[in-house]
Design a binder for this molecule. Sequence first.
Ligand SMILES: [Fe+2]
Ligand SMILES: [Fe+2]
Length: 156
Amino acid sequence: MSAEHPIPAAVRVHFLADHRRLEWLLDRLISAFEANERDEIQRSWTDLESSLLVHIDAEEKVLVPALRRRREKEAISILEDHKRIRARLAELGAGIDLHIVRLETARALVQDLRSHAQSEDRIYEWADTELAEADRISLVSAIAQTARRIGRSFAN
Ligand SMILES: [Fe+2]
Ligand SMILES: [Fe+2]
């Protein structure tokens, strides 16, 4: 791709929208905890866990390896954040399975996701200008299915 033909900011637009959906799912989960609505806790947890893992896996499979070749420190920092987010998610899931809901774990995940999202904003910009088209397409396609599914309730 040449610099004379700027690429549409597809990765940034889609992944930032996915961050907003993930945060909304987490808000929904926290509200369900607060209201002690068992069915809603289970539904929002399933949506959150699957969408978040799809998002992180796509970044690690396509974005991080390319980033690592050019901006290694940022790639490592993303991987460290993902490790912490996965651990927090597992902790939250275990609490839900045992019906011991820990609100502070959910709130800590909100904080982790927010600060992680901020650091990824400029990485997505980089991806839109530097990644090969096939990689950008594979990133956006990886989250397309969950985006459609969650997007339906998110928009309502
Ligand atoms: Fe990430
Ligand atoms: Fe992300």
